[in-house]
Design a protein around this ligand. Structure first.
Ligand code: HEC
Length: 404
């Protein structure tokens, strides 16, 4: 695999994506926090003052006032917040394109579908853009006046979409897809609603009209959506590190437990200034979600097998979720294992090695000792995690994988 350019994209864009995401989400969390902590001024003091707040930081006090703006007093230097969001989306989209869409096989679950790689990439894109259109239409409809009903319907739609993608995408790609769809809604909220409404009221102000809080309200509603989506999206973006969750057979149910649970946690965090039981409630939500997830997880990892056989090896391969990284056809994450046995493998240090039985054994037990050229040493070692019988069965299964 010639991975040099994807590796560059991976390193640069992933880093930029994470940093921009931290800046954006940090803003979202800080602004919501400030909003919740604003102290309402005495009624007769200043009708344009909405609230104020003092914050200790960096050796001084930031005295902050939130106020309506007057046309004749538009600050000369007014800060807008948008590039953190746009940068996060753009870098994320490039990453998705370079690492997944360019090789649609990396999205698919070969056991569930025979879709072509191109169709998989198209489906992923359709979800990303279609998901926004659907979400936006839902929250433009009169339903927006009933936020709880809107939330319930949004989660139902999300459940249907997750189930649909779960029936063709592998677990890792499913979680990434849903994360990318939600992240796209967040950025589009900034672009189409938050910025647009801010531009509208600034234009009105400059035209000498009064500050119409209605625009601000609309922008704020979408800001709040974004705020509640932050935890689920961060979780889904990290989910590549949670193979036990995404590769579980019931990965859709697990996903649909995690998303509302994290929204509830964020909500409870926001209630801490007037709800005493907030912390206990958070523990309660986390415990309930963990119980539910434990119920959805496979009951035992790596069942013991009695006879070394190809079929048993396939079972071990499935239970240990090897396919979460080793996709049929290969990909940027891990090499294809078809046709590996008996071939010559080039290692990262430039040496070559024959993929015989002993090599397969070493590659599973101590993958870091010999790393395949073009790949990160990302495979977990399985020493102590599988029995000898399981290992033998696994090797028999790997030997049976011929190049298609
Ligand atoms: C977290 C991702 C991940 C998981 C899970 C994983 N692998 Fe790997 N595997 C890799 C990566 C990355 C490489 C290439 C780098 C290396 O050689 O360590 C690799 C390399 C290999 C190789 C050598 C391939 C070659 O071309 O020489 C074998 C064999 C292998 N894995 C088998 C397995 C088996 C069997 C399992 C399940 C028990 C498994 N892997 C689980 C990521 C993974």
């Amino acid at each position: 695999m010639d991975s040099s350019w994807t590796e560059w994209v991976n390193v640069i864009f992933r880093f930029a994506h994470v940093v921009a995401g931290i800046m954006w989400i940090g803003n979202s969390l800080l602004f919501t926090w400030m909003e919740l902590n604003l102290i309402k001024p005495a009624k007769d003091r200043d009708p344009e003052l909405l609230g104020e707040l003092d914050m200790l930081h960096g050796g001084g006090v930031f005295h902050l006032e939130k106020r309506l703006m007057r046309a004749e007093a538009i600050p000369e230097k007014l800060h807008w917040f948008k590039w953190q969001s746009y940068t996060t989306w753009i870098t994320g989209f490039v990453l998705l394109g370079a690492l997944f869409l360019s090789n649609g096989n990396s999205l698919l679950d070969a056991e569930k579908t025979s879709l072509s790689p191109g169709a998989a990439a198209a489906l992923s894109l359709a979800g990303i853009f279609g998901g926004w259109l659907l979400y936006d239409a839902l929250w433009r409809s009169p339903l927006r006046k009933f936020p709880l009903a809107g939330l319930a319907l949004s989660l139902l739609v999300l459940a249907a979409i997750s189930a649909a993608y779960g029936s063709i995408f592998n677990g890792r790609a499913l979680y990434l897809q849903i994360g990318a769809m939600m992240g796209t809604c967040m950025s589009a909220n900034v672009f189409f609603h938050i910025m647009t409404n801010q531009h509208r009221f600034m234009r009105a102000l400059r035209a000498g009209q009064a500050h119409d809080p209605e625009y601000g309200k609309r922008a704020k509603a979408r800001s709040l959506h974004n705020h509640y989506m932050t935890f689920p999206v961060v979780f889904l973006m990290l989910s590549a590190h949670f193979p036990s969750l995404y590769s579980a057979e019931k990965n859709v149910a697990i996903l649909l437990t995690i998303i509302p649970a994290l929204m509830a946690v964020k909500h409870l965090m926001n209630t801490r200034y007037h709800f005493r039981g907030w912390l206990l409630s958070i523990f309660g939500v986390v415990a309930a979600a963990a119980l539910l997830i434990a119920f959805f997880l496979p009951k035992s990892h790596a069942r013991p097998v009695d006879a070394p056989s190809v079929a048993a090896g396939k079972q071990v391969f499935d239970t240990l979720a090897c396919a979460a990284c080793h996709l049929p056809g290969g990909g940027p994450i891990a090499p294809d294992l078809h046709g590996l046995y008996g071939s010559t493998v080039e290692l990262a240090d430039g040496s070559k090695v024959l993929a015989d039985e002993a090599y397969l054994r070493r590659a599973i037990l101590e993958p870091q000792a010999e790393v395949v050229k073009g790949y990160a040493p990302a495979m977990p070692g399985f020493t102590g995690r599988i029995s000898d019988e399981e290992l033998n069965a696994l090797i028999d299964w790997l030997k049976s994988l011929k190049k298609p």
